[in-house]
Design a protein around this ligand. Sequence first.
Ligand code: FAD
Length: 417
Amino acid sequence: MTTKIYDKGMVIVGAGEAGTRAAIELRNQGWGGLITLIGEENMIPYERPPLSKNTLLSEDEPSPNYIAVKKTFLEYDINFVSNYKVTEINRDNKTVILDNADEIPYERLLLATGARPRKLPSEISNNSRLMYLRTFSDSLSLRNKLVTGKHVVVIGGGFIGLEVATSAIKRGCTVTVIEVGPRILMRGVPEEVAKIIEERHINAGVQFKYGQAITNIETEKVNHVINLADGSKVVCDEVIVGIGAVPETSLAESSGLDVDNGISVNEKLETSDPNIYAIGDCCSFPHRYYGGDRIRLEAWRNAQDQGTHVARNMLGASEPYVTIPWFWSDQYDQTLYVAGLSGYGKNVVCRDLGDSGKIFFHLSDDNEIVAASGVGTKVAKDIRTAELFIEKRVKVNPNDLTNADIKLKKLLTVNVD
Ligand code: FAD
């Protein structure tokens, strides 16, 4: 086997949202040397959010929403290596090794390896007919299975599971969601918001089974039989599992980098090796707005923002990443937005916008807004304003927040003590 010789430069492992944005930004920031972007998928980089939404609903054969196309790589002079997996990092020689044994030297290395779906334990089932959703090809397979009249079971009442439930209902399927917890959206969404979303699903015909552990799934010729802990069974045509994602940390672990619920980075997104950075779903980082607590986000905007942010630090800047966490999810005609981390604000007040939706503000003990969750058809603008509140640490009078006649922006300038 011949081994290619590469020049030293910026090397990025993972050609998803975060890695691709970083590659482009390195050039925007004036880096004149080599940029190599390596992705194991045999695809040009694409967006994942449509995979549980438009891709499943497309009448015509769907195509991916590309983040960058071949022309972009030419224009930005990015060496895009697709369909190869990085299997090893040699930190002493400062190289990464591909699964074809090519060795690529790096000046600075960026890990943007994302996450993979959490699998059901094998004692429950390891049947390959159970579906998971992370890649474009997963979404195409799932789309083919969402056929009118089929009974689809979604295991897990998180964002992706509920978006799949929405798409399945829209495609004429009967849908049951089985959730082991006491309610949907246990992670990061307050009960009040989860209730509104649940109601919308129930109106659309979705059935929920809560607090039910699955003992095992028997897959027969056509059907699946899901056996639940209370002895009941659910028989269905298709099973889609959405029980969360696991950060892809194997490369970091095998090369001795610190890992703590993701590849552990500091505020500058630098790993325990100062020549290696990590961003996006695969990394955990301390957030100064939340007492320096280490968090890991699985969110599209975070992947983008960290991508552009890290490029500056890889080129010598030393800027902390302090962007407010932000997430959205589309379900039927409603969009859910979450800005900030709701778990940090125990006092919750609601701003009722009538037909347009509801916003829930999460306040600290001294009335600073630490998070806001909004659900409805027109809540985006207020959530954007809420981000400014969180950023500026403005103290508010909770009664003012509940009064929808008072413009939120007005309260930004009033600091209540
Ligand atoms: P990824 O996009 O996962 O990219 C990582 C890439 O690295 C992958 O292509 C992987 O194959 C590659 N890779 C890993 N290891 C190696 C290796 N050793 N060698 C080479 N390549 C490697 N977020 C929202 O805010 N709102 C939404 O509505 C929303 N919807 C979503 C719907 C779905 C179905 C999914 C899956 C995600 C959704 N997200 C949403 C989350 C968002 O898409 C992710 O947070 C974002 O894609 C993370 O980007 P990333 O670059 O960190 O990881």
